[in-house]
Write a protein that binds this ligand. Structure first.
Ligand code: DGI
Ligand code: FE
Ligand code: FE
Ligand code: FE
Length: 188
């Protein structure tokens, strides 16, 4: 599947606002890949596919995760907003025939991050957070950090996300905390 075919599939899966977000994430991912020496094609493809499952019913996503040996059942226990990340990897694999493990993992971890993220995983995580349409409090500081340090910028995004979740008394997926701790140590 080439980039154009992936974009067409994704456009049919998503509402226009979400498709426009995807296009901006793809442009942000390309810039980050150039800046930090990653494979630009891989970064663009992962970005195009990252929110593929965003509008699937929660029950369908849970079933897909529970039926997949390479995904922990834990993904189904921390609220519906994180389901589309692991479920997206399952559907992209099964429905689009994508087999590249690194690309699938970048989709799995784009919402939560994890300890020991690969270059591609960090780029997709960060591109999703800083794309020009985002208006989170503090996002401008994260964009600034992303000009020079991928780890620092990911750490700031994780800190903001943990704060956001805790302030709303929402559960925090363990990998999000592990990602935060991992990068807190690395940027010292
Ligand atoms: O899909 P997007 O809107 O582009 O962005 P995303 O994939 O980063 O999803 C953001 C949502 O995920 C937002 O509602 C916050 C939520 N989220 C992020 N990390 C965690 C989380 N929710 C829980 N419960 N735990 C997390 O660690
Ligand atoms: Fe997402
Ligand atoms: Fe499972
Ligand atoms: Fe997204």
């Amino acid at each position: 599947m080439n980039e154009q075919q992936a974009l067409e599939r994704v456009r049919r899966e998503l509402k226009p606002v979400r498709y426009e977000h995807t296009v901006r994430v793809t442009e942000s991912a390309e810039k980050l890949a150039h800046r930090f020496g990653a494979d630009v094609e891989a970064a663009r493809m992962a970005a195009i596919l990252h929110d593929y499952a965003k509008y699937r019913p929660a029950g369908e996503m849970k079933r897909a995760i529970l039926g997949t040996v390479w995904l922990s059942d834990d993904w189904t226990r921390y609220g519906d907003p994180i389901l589309h990340a692991p479920a997206g990897a399952v559907f992209v694999k099964e429905e689009l025939g994508v087999t590249d493990r690194q690309l699938l993992d970048a989709i799995v971890y784009h919402t939560t991050g994890k300890a020991g993220m690969s270059l591609l995983e960090k780029i997709i995580y960060l591109a999703d957070y800083i794309e020009p349409g985002r208006t989170f409090p503090g996002v401008e500081d994260v964009r600034k950090a992303a000009e020079t340090s991928l780890d620092k910028a990911c750490f700031m995004a994780l800190a903001n996300t943990v704060t956001f979740l805790v302030n709303r008394r929402q559960p925090v997926f363990p990998d999000t905390i592990h990602a935060y701790n991992d990068l807190a140590d690395k940027i010292k």
